[in-house]
Design a binder for this molecule. Structure first.
Ligand code: DQA
Length: 149
């Protein structure tokens, strides 16, 4: 079974209690269960990780690059300014789907820019946890195909 890493960044471990009107009431543990179950449905071995440490996220991206593993990434606030993260994403050798739970373009100005988007295969915003499911379904259907159109 093909492996996929779902990587969640800063503050996403607080899903469920964090600004529920914006991010919903699903906890990170429930999100992880949903991703793993979706993976099973579409034939992917999904591993979900979350960190509040940017260096740890960069190390996981290096691991994905070295292993040729596709990534679903919600880099949260780091998406808006971390060139280090963007450079780590640029090294990926398999497709990268950027996901944001909220519709970032309809929120504060600083959320309208993602430095990750230009190096992502696709970006999904505003679909809540359904965005992760859509990303995994896409990766299942695109495994083995080129990552750029
Ligand atoms: C987020 C959007 C970001 O702007 C924010 O900093 C997050 C979560 C989202 O999933 O909607 O932490 O990435």
């Amino acid at each position: 079974m093909s492996r996929v890493l779902v990587l969640n960044g800063v503050n996403l471990g607080r899903l469920g209690s964090r600004e529920p009107l914006v991010y919903g009431t699903t906890t990170h543990a429930e999100l992880a269960d949903t991703c793993i179950a979706t993976g099973r449905e579409v034939g992917l071995a999904v591993e979900v990780r979350q960190t509040d440490d940017e260096a740890e996220l960069v190390a996981w991206l290096h691991e994905a690059a070295d292993d040729g593993v596709p990534v679903v990434l919600n880099s949260a606030a780091w998406s808006h300014y971390s060139y280090a993260l963007r450079d780590a994403c640029a090294q990926l050798t398999a497709p990268l789907v950027e996901v944001h739970l909220s519709q970032t373009h309809a929120r504060e100005e600083f959320r309208h820019t993602s430095v990750v988007s230009p190096v992502a295969t696709a970006t999904i915003t505003g679909l809540g946890i359904e965005g992760y499911r859509a990303a995994l379904r896409f990766l299942a259907s695109s495994t083995g195909k080129p990552s750029t159109p």
